[in-house]
Design a protein around this ligand. Structure first.
Ligand code: IMP
Length: 421
């Protein structure tokens, strides 16, 4: 398949980084189409662990070009640090391996201040943002006074554009502060200049030339600003449709959409979560799964796999296949539960309710499957999994009607089962 989208089907942190890294071996381009450094990808290569926020994990593959397309928001300081950190560890990061869209919007220090001010003012309804300035940067983009990567190279225009932000005075920003930021960000722009291109043109030409492309979404379906658990969402569209606006390619070019789905569910930040486990099982999943945020180190909330959410993700993303991750984390559970539907007002609910007040009150109904004792983290052949683990995977596949093509049983590249091979 030459153009494939990879999305998270839950609330993010499903393990997309690892899966993208593996698929990147067979790919020529890995493109991120939305989000910023609120995302965090942990990728384990041999004995080395890489934590990436901005650069797609394809960068760890020598033959792959990594692209931050127009739909992302970028913090140039963080990006440059990440690039230098990778270079120091011997990873090639150069303009032929890494490209940045000239029209990707830029996160300014003022956006971060506004992000945390807004969060502290949200009494009783905190979103739990990562505080990276993502929401305010996207707000400015839509309000048409955003700053784009190419604008960093034009200091006068940059200042003019920043001065249009009338909200700056409200957070005590002076003209001197703006001048300082213009100098600093122009410097970042000069450093990034060799990487800045028209990525839509580049990607389209690559597709025409028969190159194989992954379009990688950050976060997950339920954090989508339109289709997620609004307002407890991020400020962009992680769903697959955004892969076209976020890159500038036509939808007819996309040949498949893989939904990366954890074998249980986690969520960082606030908002309803019907299958959340507030008991020792939840703690066990957190400990075994290392469920602490890559970006903020916050403990993630853990719960059982939720098929209402998965079916919704299949619908809004058009998932053509599922990659089930972290199945090994369920090792040793006497039994494992899967939420098949909710109950609200004594009625069965099979579709994700858009009204958050309803979602909040939904009680999950579960099917309980027998667990397995074996350590499955070294198994690479689906048939060699314990019967109960296979039943778990088969159950999910049959219940949602989409094939599970990959199963991940650990953080390393080798801990991956290609089910249909
Ligand atoms: P923001 O994107 O930083 O504004 O955060 C909005 C919500 O999305 C918060 O609940 C965050 O915890 C969540 N979020 C943002 N990025 C990620 C991610 O990469 N993984 C999981 N949750 C995320």
């Amino acid at each position: 398949m030459s153009v494939q989208v990879i999305v998270g089907s839950q609330w993010g942190d499903e393990g997309k980084g690892k899966i993208t890294d593996i698929l990147a071996e067979k790919m020529d381009l890995v493109v991120r189409y939305q989000g910023g450094n609120n995302a965090g990808h942990t990728v384990v290569v041999g004995k080395e662990t890489f934590k990436l926020h901005h650069i797609p994990s394809g960068i760890l593959n020598d033959s792959c070009v990594s692209i931050m397309a127009n739909g992302v928001v970028l913090d140039p300081e963080v990006l440059l640090k990440e690039m230098n950190g990778l270079k120091k560890r011997g990873i090639a990061v150069n303009p032929s391996k890494f490209k940045l869209s000239s029209i990707a919007h830029v996160i300014l220090p003022f956006h971060k201040t506004l992000d945390s001010n807004q969060e502290s003012n949200r009494e009783g309804e905190k979103i739990g943002t990562t505080g990276r300035g993502i929401g305010p940067a996207y707000t400015d983009k839509i309000a048409r006074f955003g700053v784009r990567a190419m604008d960093l190279l034009k200091p006068e225009f940059l200042k003019k554009q920043i001065m249009k932000k009338s909200w700056l005075t409200g957070i005590g920003v002076t003209e001197k502060d703006i001048d300082d930021v213009v100098i600093e960000f122009h410097k970042y722009g000069k450093e990034l200049e060799p990487y800045i291109i028209d990525t839509s043109l580049y990607i389209n030409e690559a597709i025409k030339a028969g190159k194989r492309v992954i379009l990688e979404g950050a976060q997950g379906t339920m954090l989508d600003v339109d289709h997620g658990t609004y307002p407890f969402v991020t400020s962009s569209n992680p769903i697959s449709g955004a892969a076209t606006t976020g890159t500038g390619i036509g939808p007819q070019l996309i040949e498949g959409v893989m939904g990366v789905t954890k074998a249980y569910v986690t969520r960082v930040g606030e908002g309803p979560f019907p299958t959340e486990l507030l008991d020792e099982t939840g703690e066990a999943l957190r400990d075994k799964g290392g469920e602490y945020g890559t970006t903020t180190n916050r403990p993630r909330r853990c719960g059982w796999l939720d098929l209402v959410v998965l079916r919704y993700a299949i619908r809004v993303n058009g998932l053509t296949e599922i990659c089930l991750t972290k199945l090994d984390v369920l090792d040793g559970q006497e039994s494992v539960k899967i939420c098949t539907n909710y109950v609200y007002n004594n009625e069965k609910v099979e579709h994700f309710p858009l009204d958050l007040d309803v979602f909040n009150e939904c009680e999950p109904e579960y099917v309980e499957l027998p667990g397995w004792d074996e350590d499955i983290s070294k198994i690479t052949d689906f048939e060699k999994l314990p019967e109960n683990a296979k039943t778990f995977v088969d159950y999910v596949e049959q219940a949602v009607g989409v094939k599970v093509s990959m199963v991940s049983v650990g953080p390393n590249r080798v801990q991956t089962i290609f089910k249909n091979d």
